[in-house]
Design a protein around this ligand. Structure first.
Ligand code: ACO
Length: 400
């Protein structure tokens, strides 16, 4: 039985705080006119107190799960794409998992620059198509504002914070991911990078003084790369899916620069009314940009059941990724429809996995409680064990 992927839930989160081009005029030598003309950006969102990549990802994921109508514990896998995790260790994916209340569900982070969400979507599809998993949460979340040098006008005007997430579920209805291309050209790894903070240059005074923990970018090189791969990868996935650009209802490109988007659309022969653009309001939110644009396109009614959508991105690495996604109708109770249609062994397997996960969670919770309760007992037995046995004295030999 062929298995397809279906996006059944979607959600996004952007911080309240807006940073406009006019605000930036007061911070660096720039102008609203330059930023709008060269990038199309008018404002971006910046995290507020208490907000991080983790909190934004959790907010977007909760919304996606709500739309899909499933509980976090029903997930089989969580993939969190980000280049700005809360900590270098552990992965932000497990923090998100715990916050969602999905303890036991495997979770990992994926780093592929701004292309991370595209890589995540394709990985999710592979797990579903192989029959390994039925429900995967894919997140793109980024706090690039913390990795930007706010004195460098060539980069600080470009980026913003935000998160988007989708629930991808197994389906028997043909559709979902029809074709994909993932790519990387590591020769230009230094065209967009954070020079220090990793093991190649661990944190030191030089890193602080020269702000080597912030993004360095060869803007022109990235621009050239982006215009080329966006066009070529989109063209290839459309052909691979057996379609033509006319069959594509909407192009959802990575929102890095309006000029890059317009160039790619023109080369592909897409009129701009079939291209999703929201860069003016959010700037470049890196790997969150495509899921945020997808969510807004859905909320604006720009994607309908039966539509073919191209999502295409590029980013640090340098990496790129593109997919053609056939939008299936979203049934009200996908899980029920799915399970009821399955053959008995698969139905049993699904129920078993659910029971196993719940049992595992219950066991973990119980053992945590038990450990707390047993602490005094451990201390007592430890003391007992530590007691040195009384040495047996040699028999007293009376002197005569
Ligand atoms: N305000 C005013 N002037 C500026 C600014 C600014 N914010 N930034 C640069 N300039 C100046 C430059 O100093 C330069 O001046 P000069 O001619 O006197 O030397 C002039 O503007 C032109 O600079 P360019 O770099 O040639 O400008 P360009 O038109 O190439 O635009 C930009 C720069 C917007 C960065 C563009 O190259 C671009 O978008 N590149 C792609 C970047 C990108 O997509 N990055 C994200 C990758 S995804 C990820 O993984 C995070």
């Amino acid at each position: 039985m062929q298995r397809y992927s279906r996006i059944t839930g979607w959600g996004m989160y952007v911080p309240e705080r807006r940073l406009t081009n006019f605000d930036l005029e007061k911070m660096v030598d720039t102008s609203d006119k330059w930023i709008v003309e060269r990038t199309g950006i008018r404002e971006r969102r910046i995290i507020g107190p208490g907000e991080t990549t983790r909190t934004m990802a959790v907010a977007a994921s909760r919304r996606a799960l709500e739309v899909a109508g499933i509980e976090p514990i029903d997930l089989d896998l969580i993939i969190a794409a980000t280049s700005s995790p809360d900590h270098l260790l552990p992965t932000v994916a497990t923090q998100i998992q715990a916050d969602l209340g999905a303890v036991g569900v495997p979770a990992f982070a994926l780093v592929a620059g701004c292309t991370g969400f595209m890589y995540g979507l394709v990985v999710a599809h592979q797990f579903i198509a192989s029959g390994a998993y039925d429900r995967v949460l894919v997140i793109g979340a980024e706090t690039i504002s913390k990795a930007v040098n706010w004195e460098d006008r060539t980069t600080c005007v470009l980026f913003g914070d935000g998160a988007g997430a989708v629930v991808v579920e197994a389906s028997q209805t043909p559709g979902g991911l029809m074709s994909f291309e993932l790519g990387a050209d590591g020769r230009d790894w230094d065209a967009l990078m954070i020079p220090a903070g990793g093991v190649a240059h661990p944190p030191d005074m030089e890193m602080i003084e020269k702000k080597l923990y912030t993004i360095r970018m060869n803007g022109r090189a990235v621009f050239r790369f982006a215009t080329r791969v966006m066009t070529e990868a989109s063209r290839r996935v459309i052909t691979q899916a057996g379609l033509t650009p006319d069959d594509i209802a909407l192009l959802i490109p990575h929102q890095a620069n309006l000029r890059i988007i317009e160039y790619a659309a023109k080369k592909l022969g897409f009129p701009m009314d079939r291209v999703m653009v929201n860069i003016d309001r959010y700037g470049n939110t890196s790997t969150a940009s495509i899921p945020i644009a997808l969510v807004e396109a859905l909320e604006q009614g720009r994607i309908k059941p039966g539509d073919n959508v191209v999502m295409v991105g590029f980013g640090a690495g340098l990496t790129w990724g593109a997919v053609v996604w056939h939008w299936q109708p979203v049934e009200t109770d996908t899980a029920a429809i799915l399970v009821e249609d399955w053959p008995i062994p698969q139905r049993l397997q699904s129920s078993l996995r659910r029971v196993r996960t719940q049992a595992w969670n219950a066991r973990v919770a119980l053992s945590e409680k038990a450990t707390l309760a047993l602490i005094p007992l451990y201390t007592w037995t430890h003391r007992l064990k530590k007691k040195v046995p009384r040495p047996s004295l040699p028999p007293i030999v009376k002197k005569k």
